[in-house]
Write a protein that binds this ligand. Sequence first.
Ligand code: ADP
Ligand code: MG
Length: 273
Amino acid sequence: ATAQGADRPAVRGTVPPSAQAGLMVQADNVHKSFGSLEVLRGVDLAVRPGEVCCVLGPSGSGKSTFLRCVNHLEKINAGRIWVDGELIGYRERGGKLHELREKEVAAQRRSIGMVFQRFNLFPHMTVLENVVEAPIRVRRESRATARDRAESLLGRVGLADKLSSYPSQLSGGQQQRVAIARALAMEPQLMLFDEPTSALDPELVGEVLDVMKDLARDGMTMIVVTHEIGFAREVGDSLVFMDGGVVVESGSPRDLLANPRHDRTKAFLAKVL
Ligand code: ADP
Ligand code: MG
């Protein structure tokens, strides 16, 4: 993208000026281009507090880009995203959008946890150090407070006995569970998962999905990009099918999986089911 294009979010269409009440995430008409490649072409999405929203779609359809836009790792070119009623990345004044300062963006990101396909743990730190790092450095918590929460979270993801292990000594499933605990240590109000089990050996997928199920039961609001249809059906409150940078259709997981309405959804499901 040209620097100009990236810095200037054009406001197109008739986007409502504020968030709807009662939604944790609201995306309206979100557009994102990389140079001449338009990756998101008007994504609309709404997620209620406590909802698990699963996102399905072929490779290259813009799923990761959308998640990255939600926490402003990518700047959108048009549209709006609100998290808990707060506009992400921008302040609106006199009908114009002004980009937030880096500190303000960082503050917004703190309330959003993200877990990637690759675990991205700090290799030179123990499991415990990985989990307490951000609470101490970013939230300025005391080591004792951060450690207490980290131990409790690591217990919750089944790794109470691995506090002093290094990432390289853990299986992929264990590393991903540490990554989830690390995200939770910041006490986010929203968790974004980008294909969290795609890089795992098949026998390790279940332990990570179990941790996510537990989190869902506990009321966490989650957007989960996944190809795990069973998880979407069992745990998802809603299922969104993306293709070509738009939400093609969405609905309850059972309905959408049993009765996809659009040809693109049918074609995709025929391949993965
Ligand atoms: P998905 O997660 O659904 O597989 P992505 O959001 O990763 O899709 O990518 C959508 C499209 O955007 C792809 O064509 C990808 O190559 C392109 N893309 C993603 N990130 C960038 C980037 N930083 N620069 C250029 N193109 C990108
Ligand atoms: Mg992706």
